[in-house]
Design a protein around this ligand. Structure first.
Ligand SMILES: [Zn+2]
Length: 201
């Protein structure tokens, strides 16, 4: 592939969408980046993962983990890119489980992180960073080392989100609204919930 940027790929795949969206953070937005429009193409996924490889190589990653479902493809592409650095690397995903009114992330399906492993937490799009923070907590509870968060897109670059490095391919500021002050809600525009899946425990 030519020397493309993520912007070229966003445009080519029509991943940047306009409408009225409910984000997994609970906020509303008139723009949404549907990364699956990009990541459904292995050629784009592998290409974009390799753009981060120089930053990720020194981290000695043992495990790549992302929240299901949105980050699953990205997690696999990053694990594939890093497989050249560590042939025993694993790529796994954490699932959102609703316990009472709280959602927590759990490892299911026999997936494991061992104490002391270096863990790269990945997200397709970081907005509030809440999902990644919950996964960082999961990693710490398992006595492993979260080494960085790697995302395709950081939607709120001025917010400090983590106490580990955030490595993002693209910082792009898209406006979000609290539901009670959303201009699209006040125009009664129907809302679309494009992401997120929760298992009821
Ligand atoms: Zn709204």
């Amino acid at each position: 592939m030519d020397n493309k940027s993520i912007i070229d790929v966003l445009i080519e795949t029509q991943a940047l969408q306009n409408g009225h969206f409910l984000l997994s953070s609970g906020k509303h937005s008139k723009e949404y980046i549907q990364c699956q429009k990009i990541l459904q193409y292995p050629k784009h996924g592998i290409y974009l993962a390799n753009l981060l490889i120089n930053k990720l190589r020194p981290l000695n990653v043992d495990v790549v983990i992302g929240p299901a479902l949105g980050a699953i493809h990205w997690e696999v592409f990053l694990a594939l890119a890093l497989e050249h650095v560590n042939s025993d690397i694993i790529g796994i995903f954490a699932e959102k489980v609703l316990i009472g009114d709280e959602t927590v992330f759990q490892l299911r399906r026999g997936q494991k992180i061992e104490p002391g492993q270096n863990v790269l937490v990945v997200e397709d799009v970081v907005t509030t960073g809440n999902s990644a923070k919950k996964i960082i907590d999961l990693v710490l509870n398992l006595k492993a080392n979260p080494v960085a968060v790697a995302s395709l897109i950081n939607r709120t670059p001025d917010l400090i989100k983590f106490n580990i490095p955030l490595i993002s391919l693209l910082d792009i500021k898209l406006e979000t609204y609290d539901p009670h002050e959303c201009p699209l809600c006040s125009q009664n525009i129907p809302i679309d919930k494009p992401g997120s899946s929760v298992i009821k425990a």
